[in-house]
Write a protein that binds this ligand. Structure first.
Ligand SMILES: [Zn+2]
Length: 141
């Protein structure tokens, strides 16, 4: 099914390190991403680009994905079982979306990243601020 175009955005490719897991995400030229300090994100250096499912496609590697859950178990931390890289996962804040690791874009594919600190240590108090980032280009009102 053809996806409707969104003005100012394009599909951008990324992958895990061994390239078993390849994806593309529809994003504008400039996006806000969260640098989270929670127990898992600070260890992995994950930069969150949170998008709705309609802006994400898994191109390959479904069979290479395994997952890790902890605490409430709400987040499904998918990662490549070959190379260990977590290229994207299903976040607790947006179970109907995907959080893409903005560090996993291929060369020349990454949008400009506006990195915002996110206090994931106090997740309950802050989660409401985590919304999908590609619904509109940031430059639009
Ligand atoms: Zn891999």
């Amino acid at each position: 099914m053809a996806e409707p175009d969104k003005p100012g955005t394009r599909w951008r490719r990324g992958a895990c390190h061994c390239r078993a897991v390849q994806f593309e995400v529809r994003a504008p030229e400039q996006v806000e991403v969260e640098d989270c300090n929670c127990s898992i994100c600070r260890r992995t250096g994950f930069l969150h680009l949170i998008v709705p499912l309609s802006d994400f496609r898994l191109l390959s590697g479904e069979d290479a994905l395994t997952s890790y859950r902890f605490n409430t178990g709400a987040a499904n931390h998918t990662f490549c079982r070959v190379c260990g890289v977590k290229a994207f996962y299903t976040p607790r804040s947006n179970p109907d979306g995907v959080s893409v690791n903005a560090r996993c874009f291929d060369d020349g594919e990454a949008p400009e990243l506006l990195v915002t600190p996110f206090d994931g240590v106090n997740w309950e108090a802050n989660a409401a601020s985590l919304a999908h980032k590609t619904a509109q280009p940031i430059s639009q009102p």
